[in-house]
Each structure stands twice: as C-alpha cells, then as structure tokens.
Design a binder for this molecule. Structure first.
Ligand code: SF4
Ligand code: SF4
Length: 424
C-alpha cells in the first residue's frame, strides 16, 4: 500500500481490454481514432496484464469496495474465457474484507444466454448503449458495413431482461435524438422497462475554433432535452426511474458528494487504462500529454496520486473562467467537463463550456424542485413526495385558469410568467 499522503483511498479506473477496437463503427465514437496511438498492436489484453491489472488495482485500494470497470471499444470481443479468468484472479487477490463489483459497458450486440448467465452469476452491472427508438438509434449507431444495429441491441437487452439482469442504459444525446426527448425517455421507460438511465451529450470539437461536428448536440438542445425529461420525471417517475443527471443534481443541491466527475468541483479520480497497461488521466484525455505510466512499471496508486494527475484534477477548478465563478448555478455545474470548455465567455475569456447555456437553463429550471426534494430529504421524507405536490399545484392551477393572464405570475409560485411556466 502507498505511503504517499496524497493517495486517495479509492478511485475509478476504466479498463479497455480491447483498446479502441469495436465490432461497430458509430459515427460519433471518440475511441476509434485512438487506434493510432498503438500502431501494429493486436489490441488484446494479455493474461499476464490481466493479472497485473487486478493485483495492482486491489493493492491500490485502501477502501473495502473495489470496482472493476470494463469498457471499450467493445470489451466483450475479449470472449467469455477472459472474463472468467478475471473472476478467478479477483478471488485470488481479494482481501477478506473486500467487496468487488464488476461493471461492463457494451454495445449489447454480442450478448447471448451464456454471457447473461455469467453476468448474473457474478453480479455484473451491465451498461448498454442505446440512443432511443429505432429511428433515433440507427442514425449513428451502425456496424462496420454501415448496417443498422437496433435489432441486435434489442435482442441483447431482451436476453438480459429474460434472465433478470438489471440494465443501465447509456444514451448519447446528439443531433438525431436531441429534439425528441420524450420519444427517447418514454421508449426506454415504457417499452424497454429500463430504470437506470445515463445521459451523455455528444460534443465533438471539430478544430481549434469553437466549431463542433455535425452530429454534436447544441447547448440549447441539450438544455431543452434535459428540462423536458425532467418535467415528465418530476410528475411521475421520482424514486422509480433513476436518471444520472437528476440524481447528481439532487446530490449537489443537498450538499452531498456526487458520483459524476463532470459535476464535481475537481476531477482526476476517474482514470483510463489501455489494453497494454498504459494509464491516462481520463478516458477523454487518452493522449501522450496525459500519459501517466504503465502499470507493469509503476504502482497504480503512484500514478493516481502523482503531481501530474493531481494537477490535472485541480485544473478543473483552477481554470474556471470568471463567468463561471460568478454563476449562480456553479455549485451544481462546476463548469462541466474540461474537454468541453472551448468557447469564450461573453467578455472574451477562454475556457467556457460549450454546453453552458444548456446547463444554465436546466439548473435554473430545476431549482425549485430540487429545493423541495432537498427539504423532503432533510425531514427524512422521500423525494418522491414531490410528485403529489406537483399534481396538487397543477390541479389548483387548472381551477384558476380563468383568472390568469398569459403575462401574470404563474399561480404555481415559480416566479415566472404564466406563459413561460404552466401556461406553456
Ligand atoms: S476531464 Fe471530464 S470526464 Fe474526465 S475526469 Fe474530468 S470531468 Fe470527468
Ligand atoms: S452554467 Fe455556465 S457559467 Fe454557470 S458554471 Fe456552468 S458552465 Fe459556468
């Protein structure tokens, strides 16, 4: 164990056993170009490296819970025997007081009964990438032949559902689904029966200017997307459907630690490891500038607690532009992910998040609901009680509709004009 006083008791590491290699060719994938970092590589984690990885990860934790997070490319391309071996190695190195949680993020197209039985037996948390109903999903999520993948993903999901494996849907928000938030949300909730949803905005900077690729979501679209889903969720799904953005917002409003680096004041505790054991500052910063070392040569915790990595994490806070420092929703936003901070503030300072306008609109919009839910939590009551409150308000609003002008304050007490609130 490390004696470095900066060494954290735990951290999160995404391991990519196939590097960037995937059986699909999604248009917006930021991993595929990373193949160029390792010319000539077979992009397969060796058995020796697998053992080193698990041993080093367990050694590096002073906390009794360790998460082994498999990510790609497509990690299932490693085959089931690789994952069986990983479980055996975990058993060999696990300390008696230690709980090990395995997670896997997959495109879902290779899932079959054998895989599902394995996931179930070893309690894997399975994340499936799906971008909504067929007509939204298939726009960008295609295979190497350019063929749509929706049916194959649904087949994998059905298989998981049949065996009772809970799924976390990872939904990227981009040009093809950003204007259809309710189609996406209701499809996941009602047709797929998914309870856990992660929303990830696609922002791909096209050049050193502030231009983004055609498939990127705009700040305005992202804000509207989140607000629209939030309005549905706060009326009917609190405590039933778990959307990462809303959970994290509630944690920030309540002053609790948050589980998502993007909305934390600093970062640097979510690192990435390539198939050959090379570690990088973050999955979004797999580049020579952010290379920390190889786990065969340097103890993992020394890289996590290295001055370079600590600076990387602190820069998120230290480089916040003045505009963010004065922002009323900074406590919830923290300037977002540094990878998206490439536009200028209204007074010309560099380093503002491309999604700022969307974040601001969303966080302002949910303020009142978040305060209510925080109050409920403080009184040891369930945040889900807000749904009844919203229903009551709506009832009252409806009965007094005749007296409310479009420019009058909304009777719900939001402080907004009626036309901008319940009268929309
Ligand atoms: S750079 Fe972005 S994704 Fe990476 S750890 Fe920081 S906030 Fe998280
Ligand atoms: S909403 Fe905009 S100004 Fe406010 S903290 Fe976030 S990125 Fe900065």
């Amino acid at each position: 164990m490390s004696t470095n006083p900066a060494a954290p008791p735990a951290f999160h590491l995404l391991a990519k056993p196939t590097g960037a290699i995937c059986n699909l060719d999604c248009a917006y994938c930021f991993y595929l170009p990373k193949e160029k970092l390792y010319p000539g590589s077979r992009f397969r984690m060796t058995d020796e490296m697998l053992e080193t990885y698990i041993r080093r990860l367990i050694e590096a934790h002073r906390f009794p819970e360790v998460t082994i997070a498999w990510q790609g490319g497509e990690p299932m391309l490693m085959g089931l025997d690789f994952f069986r071996r990983s479980i055996e190695i975990q058993q060999n190195y696990r300390r008696p007081d230690m709980t090990i949680l395995n997670t896997i993020q997959t495109n879902g197209t290779l899932i079959n009964d054998e895989w599902v039985a394995f996931f179930r037996e070893h309690n894997f948390l399975v994340g499936i990438s799906i971008d909504g109903p067929r007509e939204r999903h298939d726009v960008f999520r295609r295979d190497k032949k350019g063929l749509p993948t929706f049916d194959r993903v649904i087949q994998g999901l059905d298989c998981l559902k049949e065996h009772g494996v809970e799924v976390n849907a990872l939904v990227t928000i981009h040009k093809a689904n950003a204007d259809n938030p309710l189609d996406v949300y209701r499809f996941l909730r009602d047709e797929l029966g998914i309870k856990y949803i992660q929303l990830i905005p696609i922002v791909e900077r096209r050049n050193e200017m502030d231009a983004v690729s055609d498939f990127s979501v705009t700040a305005g679209q992202y804000g509207r997307f989140l607000i629209t889903i939030f309005e549905e969720w706060v009326r009917s799904d609190v405590g039933e459907i778990f959307v990462n953005m809303f959970d994290v917002a509630l944690a920030n409003w309540s002053g609790e630690p948050v589980s998502l680096c993007v909305f934390s004041p600093t970062c640097g505790m979510t690192l990435a490891m390539e198939h050959n054991g090379d570690m990088y500052a973050c999955d979004h910063f797999v580049s020579p500038d952010h290379f920390l070392g190889n786990i065969s040569e340097v103890p993992m915790i020394e890289m996590v607690a290295s001055p370079k990595q600590l600076k990387f994490g602190r820069d998120k806070l230290d480089l916040l532009p003045r505009f963010c420092r004065k922002c009323k929703v900074r406590f919830a936003c923290h300037g977002g992910c540094p990878k998206d901070r490439f536009i200028k503030t209204p007074d010309g300072e560099a380093g503002l998040n491309f999604l700022c306008a969307g974040y601001k609109a969303f966080f302002k919009h949910i303020d009142r609901s978040m305060r209510i839910m925080t109050g409920l939590l403080r009184e040891n009551r369930a945040p889900a009680e807000i749904m009844q409150m919203v229903a009551n308000e709506q009832g009252q609003t409806k009965t007094s509709l005749g007296n409310v002008g479009r420019n009058d304050p909304c009777p719900c007490g939001s402080g907004k004009k009626y036309k901008q609130c319940h009268g929309r």
